[in-house]
Design a protein around this ligand. Structure first.
Ligand code: FCB
Length: 443
């Protein structure tokens, strides 16, 4: 098997504004962080990685690590702190950020919405309010119009299903709701509507730009494949969590179960590339007490290698997802993939096996154009605070000291040579009879 990646492959890391910038006081996450018990160890995003100030040096470091691309997000609450009031200072800041990437020959991939809402949006009902779709599209149009000359790749919304699940099913993220399926579908429909409107508006003025969405896709397998009920709940998870929005976008209209709340349609083509965030797989076991979660309890195979967050390490899943998403016929970019590993003990192998999975998918015909490792630095990992260390570069939130981890060196070599240093075997798929152990965290 060749270890070479296609010419022009994008190699970088991905971040999100609220997780790295610091001093983002005007959004719903900041408000959420102020409530004791919401964030592990009482952490807040106060300084985060102070990247808002340090972006130039940070990009120097990434360039010295041979990265030729970078994914980042814009903070809506800085740019539009009050309805219809756009801050030229904030827009200028992001112009400088994108110029700094260009000056270093790093291709920007810009996310317009990565989880955070301005407080005025949250106060007006957030993604439960149908008008949020319009407001988001207005914002998207304004920022892309102001920055279009500096970035070719744009992502409208990061992980709509994760927004809906964490904020409105599990209630661990703002706005902290625990709703049943129907109300959650309302949230998801508004997110889809927001994406469609943003896509149409931006493309009508800037048809040359490449717009996509970052999908969080998980593999859902039955915990006990010989049990019909486990197979049924695993396929229900697959349908609701993965397929609902994939089909909606492919058909250009809401599909079941979204049609329980609305019957909207959008353009039949609303993605120029397919953004994929892949981390792990979930084994699903039927449990009649898990009504709110479609009767599915998520479990881990006893012997599975896991990250610090107890997420199964399952590179084969990346291959499976890339192969199955190829049917959309769109170029694909792995917009996130990474591991919480404070000791940097598992990350080198994680990198090699996941990149091998990508390479195998490319060889089998999947048009993968780039890879963005999650993430650049240890950062503010939402409800996990600073406890989850996903960075190729360690970052101490108190001293702001950056320390390049060994796996960043390995990644630098891959970025430089555009190939894998060794051909690695993917670990064999777990055996059917592995026993599930303990509850898994969805995130
Ligand atoms: C993804 C999010 C990203 C980060 C990683 C670990 O779902 O997009 O912000 O939280 O998970």
């Amino acid at each position: 098997m060749s270890t070479q990646f296609p010419e022009g492959f994008l190699w970088g890391t991905a971040t999100a504004a609220h997780q790295v910038e610091g001093r983002n006081y005007l959004n719903d996450w900041w408000a959420w962080e102020q409530v004791p018990g919401h964030i592990k160890n009482g952490d807040t995003s106060e300084l985060a990685c102070d990247h808002y100030q340090r972006f130039e040096q940070d990009f120097d470091l990434l360039r010295s690590l041979n990265q030729n691309a970078h994914r980042l997000s814009l903070e809506w609450s800085r740019i539009e702190p009050r309805p219809g009031e756009f801050s030229s200072e904030a827009i200028d800041h992001y112009r400088k950020v994108l110029q700094a990437l260009r000056a270093r020959s790093m291709e920007p991939v810009v996310t317009i919405h990565h989880f955070t809402n301005p407080t005025w949006i949250a106060d007006a009902g957030g993604w439960e309010a149908p008008e949020t779709a319009e407001r988001f599209a207005d914002f998207a149009f304004r920022v892309v119009d102001a920055l279009h000359d500096l970035a070719r790749y744009w992502i409208t919304i990061n992980e709509p299903t994760v927004i809906a699940y964490q904020g409105y099913v599990k209630g661990d993220w703002p706005p902290g709701k625990r709703y049943g399926l129907t109300r959650v579908m309302r949230v998801l429909s508004t997110l889809m509507h927001g994406h469609w409107l943003a896509y149409e508006r931006v493309k009508s003025r800037h048809s040359d730009l490449q717009l996509g969405l970052a999908h969080h896709l998980r593999v859902f397998d039955p915990a006990r494949p010989w049990m019909p009920m486990d197979r049924i709940v695993a396929s229900a998870f697959e349908r609701v969590f993965n397929q609902t929005i994939l089909k909606t976008l492919a058909r250009g209209r809401l599909v079941f179960p979204l049609t329980r709340v609305a019957r909207a349609s959008g353009p039949s083509h609303s993605q120029d590339f397919f953004g994929l965030n892949y981390y792990t797989r979930e084994l699903v076991k039927f449990n009649r007490h898990y009504r709110a979660e479609l009767f599915g309890e998520r479990v881990l195979p006893a012997t599975a290698p896991r990250s610090d967050l107890n997420w199964e390490i399952y590179p084969e899943g990346l291959y499976r997802v890339l192969r199955s998403m190829s049917r959309h016929g769109l170029p694909m970019i792995v917009t996130e993939n990474g591991i919480a590993d404070r000791r940097d003990a598992l990350r080198p192998e994680y990198l090699l096996t996941h990149l091998t999975a990508i390479q195998r998918a490319i060889e089998a015909g999947s048009p993968v154009r780039g890879y963005f490792h999650w993430t650049t630095f240890d950062n503010f990992e939402w409800a996990e605070g600073y406890s989850a260390k996903f960075g190729l570069i360690a970052c101490d939130p108190r001293t702001q000291e950056r320390r390049v981890r060994p796996s960043a060196g390995l990644y630098a070599e891959i970025c430089r040579s555009n190939r894998l240093p060794v051909s690695v075997e993917l670990p064999p798929a777990p055996l059917d009879d592995e026993q599930p152990a303990g509850p898994a965290e969805l995130r």
